[in-house]
Design a protein around this ligand. Structure first.
Ligand SMILES: *[C@@H]1O[C@H](CO)[C@@H](O)[C@H](O)[C@H]1NC(C)=O
Ligand SMILES: *[C@@H]1O[C@H](CO)[C@@H](O)[C@H](O)[C@H]1NC(C)=O
Ligand SMILES: *[C@@H]1O[C@H](CO)[C@@H](O)[C@H](O)[C@H]1NC(C)=O
Length: 352
């Protein structure tokens, strides 16, 4: 060993020794620095978060995988902010019947005295709670609540909004008799106006408040949302906002008159929750359950009187807009030949 070193030494001149020494020192310093850096990592990160130009780069590397790993099926949250008397109970009943089988949760949002607008503190706690409550996911939330824009609350993943609309006069008449006679769903519950025998026609002639067209201002504010102007009957701004939200913020808005088609599109698009809804809707008695008792269809004169009101015209405008959108969505499912579902794929992928 010693002899070997002796043999090599004459070859190494002082210059070589110097180089070896420098390399040794540099290596030692480098190793030590790595150890120190690891030891002080939490502190360094805290101190440099705002200043270090590289920290932004690191942040992207940390965030990207979590966005990529977002499980769209298991994290699915559908929010159905149902408008009263649009046939929503039938739909929600199917959801309750199938929640155990399909392994998702259904939750009813109960707001003090059925109010449709949440207070500001409730808005933020509701939005955060829905987003963070992972044990409930996948989930279908439903409640008589105006549209609430999740993007105002620092939320990364907004829920999927769905809804149903109904012809405004049908809805008003249904609500009118519902308050007087209830329905076959909870037949023994005494309703607000029980005992009042005035028909809708008589009410219109007598210009009583219960059949005032202002009571039809309901679907517009539900789609418009939590702004004050949304709740001003006859506001053009509210109608525009409702239409904008309907196309920009809602995944699907169906019409009560075409419940099966609504369920069909949902099942095809979001099977994680809606699998089996079609079949259940057709075969179970429960889904058609809720029928308002003693409903008398309004007379021609009543219909004409209501249709002259500005509120009806605006509410009907929204209904027609929603219907047009829904028909369009339905058509695109099977076009161009109306026999096969539309397909899509990727091709011409370069470079190979
Ligand atoms: C909402 O909660 C209140 C208070 O607990 C209750 O009285 C009411 O029946 C609930 N509403 C519905 C629709 O279940
Ligand atoms: C959401 O609210 C419910 C009811 O108040 C509560 O039990 C639950 O822990 C909350 N979840 C989160 C993640 O805050
Ligand atoms: C539907 O109702 C009829 C009688 O009312 C009953 O015999 C039948 O079993 C029901 N079907 C389902 C799927 O519940």
């Amino acid at each position: 060993m010693y002899k070997m070193l002796r043999k090599m030494l004459p070859i190494m001149r002082p210059v070589h020794w110097l180089i070896v020494a420098v390399i040794c020192i540099v290596t030692c310093y480098w190793l030590l620095e790595i150890r120190l850096e690891h030891a002080f990592k939490p502190l360094t990160q805290l101190a440099n978060r705002d200043r270090d130009p590289h920290s932004e780069h690191t942040a992207i590397h940390h965030v990207a995988p979590t966005l990529d790993n977002f499980n769209y099926e298991e994290q699915l949250v559908v929010l159905y902010n149902r408008v009263p008397k649009t046939g929503s109970t039938s739909f929600v009943n199917i959801a309750y019947d199938l929640c155990k089988l399909n392994r998702y949760h259904v939750l009813h949002i109960n707001v003090t005295s059925n109010m449709h607008v949440l207070s500001l503190p409730n808005q933020i706690s509701f939005v955060r709670n829905v987003t963070k409550w992972h044990e409930m996911k996948p989930a279908l939330y439903h409640g008589h609540m105006a549209f609430l824009d999740f993007s105002k609350f620092q939320i990364a993943h907004k829920p999927i909004y769905i809804n149903l609309v109904r012809k405004p006069l049908d809805r008003l008449v249904s609500y009118y008799y519902f308050l007087r006679y209830g329905d076959n769903y909870r037949p023994n519950l005494v309703r607000k106006k029980a005992g009042n025998k005035i028909t809708f026609d008589e009410c219109v002639v007598q210009k009583q408040p219960d059949c005032d067209p202002k009571n039809m201002w309901m679907q517009i504010p539900f789609f418009c949302g939590h702004a004050a102007e949304c709740w001003e009957p006859g506001s053009d701004w509210a109608l525009k906002q409702a239409k904008r939200n309907l196309v920009n913020e809602y995944f699907l808005v169906g019409v009560t008159e075409q419940m099966y088609e609504f369920v069909d599109i949902l099942e095809r698009s979001l099977p994680r929750i809606f699998l089996g809804f079609r079949e259940h809707y057709q075969n179970s008695n429960k889904s058609h359950l809720r029928v308002t008792s003693s409903k008398i269809p309004p007379s021609e004169a009543t219909i004409e009187a209501i249709q002259r009101s500005k509120i009806w015209q605006m509410e009907n405008d929204l209904y027609e807009f929603a219907l047009e959108q829904f028909e369009f969505t339905k058509k695109k499912l099977m076009q161009p030949d109306n026999k096969h579902l539309q397909q899509f794929m990727y091709e011409k992928i370069r470079p190979k």
